[in-house]
Design a protein around this ligand. Sequence first.
Ligand SMILES: [Fe+2]
Ligand SMILES: [Fe+2]
Length: 246
Amino acid sequence: MSTLAAVLEKFDASKAKVRKEIREGFFNTDGSLAITEDELRAWIADRAVDELKVVMQLSAVLTKAAHHLPARMLVQVTEQVSDEARHFDILRGLVPAHLQAMVDAKVAELPAKLAQDTSWASLMVSVEAGNPFAALLDINIVHEGYSAAAIEELADIPFDDIRQAYAGIGADEEKHHESGRELLEWLARASTADQLTHQVVAGAHERAGGGAMSWSWPAADTAAIVEGAHERAAGGAMSWSWPAAK
Ligand SMILES: [Fe+2]
Ligand SMILES: [Fe+2]
């Protein structure tokens, strides 16, 4: 369990970098907004698409492997699908009509994009082989952890509608991230007896992927999700976090 603690500690350190990049990208040193409202809402439009992507990914995991999940975890994951769908609706509602049209166009492309995503495909191979845990850890430790950290930094954004929306969403994302940690701890306990779950936690350093802080999925062909996760924050690309270039 000390290894697990070390893994999570590294991940927490990487979240600090996410916070810093959001802070420096969105705010001036005096706390005022460093980007325009239009840029901010364009960024939110892309986050709405991300929410629906998670809905699709979790749904795919459930479709293929709900029967492999412990009952308690199944409750968490199915509730999370509902939460993410609500986030999609809320965030889409924060952007003007022309950006909603952009959201809808990107949403229409999501099935094809996921089908072309080799990292997600490799996670789905594991799901179909009866191991849904790598995919769930990647979503709930990595994606949700960074998401929760980013949202914390937006707590003082000077627009009431956005601030209130993110207050609710942030609480949900923190809950999802906690369920990921719970899953990881469960896997760590089970790993001595179960080779399949052992795979998930061991070899975590094998994670591939360029380290770019994007919402894209790691190229890992194993269930090695968490131990390398802190390296993701080191790449600095942060493509998900910046408002669309003008
Ligand atoms: Fe969400
Ligand atoms: Fe979430």
